[in-house]
Design a protein. Structure first.
Length: 319
């Protein structure tokens, strides 16, 4: 989409409408005193939307009113990769200055605004928040955070996301579905890393370090049907009682955390389209659910639909 053939007075509104329809509803206010020029390209990889925006200086805002106007819209996590120009994103009281070559993380379920003080080009990745499997508390801690090209996992994430954005149109659907899972994994990793940095800066960081180790242990052993509070406590040389006390502040029990992470893994795999897709029972067993009936019941409780209905919905969205 380009504003090239649109009357000058309507260019900004036209471009803002295209962004709103492609990603989430936003307000667009041009900063330059000349006719606005903007372009947008968009692709889908499974449940991931990838959009490239190029435009003149502009302010893009997602207000509380716009969020309230779409109450059924599924919350998305966004990652912006700044290809050219600079960006300044504000969310939850944080101000993130994104240099050329950097990235920024944001949450579409809460208001935010992005200022582009000069002509810019950026890749935006949007994916359903609940498929990341990250705690809401952690996402709130890190939304509105920028990562430079040489910081943290930036040297790994930025080349991957940049290459994916420029080549997304070339992948067949089954490959795109697998790549969508990879994007979810790297964004989850980004959230975890940023949250770990924030936690290390807070009082009680020692306990926070143990909580992070336990979470990593759970993620590495989800496929083991014997994973339990008892086995986790033994692996970390603490009592089960102490383990439960650690997670009281997290607002979740250890057993519920294990179940939720397994359900998230199953949901991601069920959403991948493939000619040789495994059965629902096989996916459940792969992620530690030994009883198919129990799996179907807890999946419906978490996602509102059965595993088979979830797979059909994701296939319909991708197709």
């Amino acid at each position: 989409m380009t504003t090239g053939s649109v009357p000058d007075a309507e260019k900004a509104e036209f471009w803002g409408g295209a962004v709103s329809r492609t990603l989430v509803p936003v307000e667009v206010v041009p900063r330059a005193g000349r006719p606005f020029d903007g372009r947008l390209t968009a692709h889908r990889l499974g449940y991931v939307r990838i959009s490239t925006l190029e435009a003149d200086s502009v302010r893009v805002s997602r207000t509380a009113a716009l969020i309230a106007g779409s109450p059924r819209a599924e919350p998305q996590v966004g990652v912006g990769v700044q290809v050219a120009g600079r960006a300044v994103l504000e969310q939850d009281g944080r101000r993130a200055e994104v240099p050329e070559g950097g990235l920024v993380l944001y949450d579409t379920a809460r208001p935010y605004a992005v200022d582009y003080p000069e002509r810019f080009r950026t890749h935006l990745f949007h994916l359903p928040r609940r498929l990341l499997g990250v705690p809401e508390r952690e996402l709130r801690q890190v939304a509105g955070t920028a990562v430079g090209p040489a910081e943290g996992c930036g040297p790994v994430l930025l080349p991957f996301l940049g290459t994916l954005a420029t080549s997304a149109h070339a992948y067949p659907a089954p490959v795109g579905d697998r790549l969508a899972g990879s994007v979810a994994d790297v964004v989850s990793t980004l959230v975890a890393q940023l949250a770990a940095v924030r936690a290390a800066e807070q009082p009680g960081a020692r306990n926070g370090h143990l909580v992070r180790r336990v979470r990593e242990h759970i993620d590495h052993h989800l496929c083991d049907p014997e994973l339990s509070p008892e086995s986790i406590a033994r692996a970390h040389h603490v009592s089960v009682r102490y383990l439960h006390r650690l997670f009281e502040d997290e607002g979740v029990t250890v057993s519920r955390l294990v179940q939720r992470r397994r359900l998230d893994a199953c949901a991601r795999e069920l959403g991948r389209r493939s000619r040789t897709a495994p059965t629902v029972s096989a996916i459940a067993q792969r992620w530690g659910f030994v009883n198919p009936t129990h799996f179907s019941r807890v999946f419906r409780a978490a996602y509102g639909v059965s595993p088979r209905e979830w797979r059909e919905l994701r296939a319909a969205e991708a197709g």
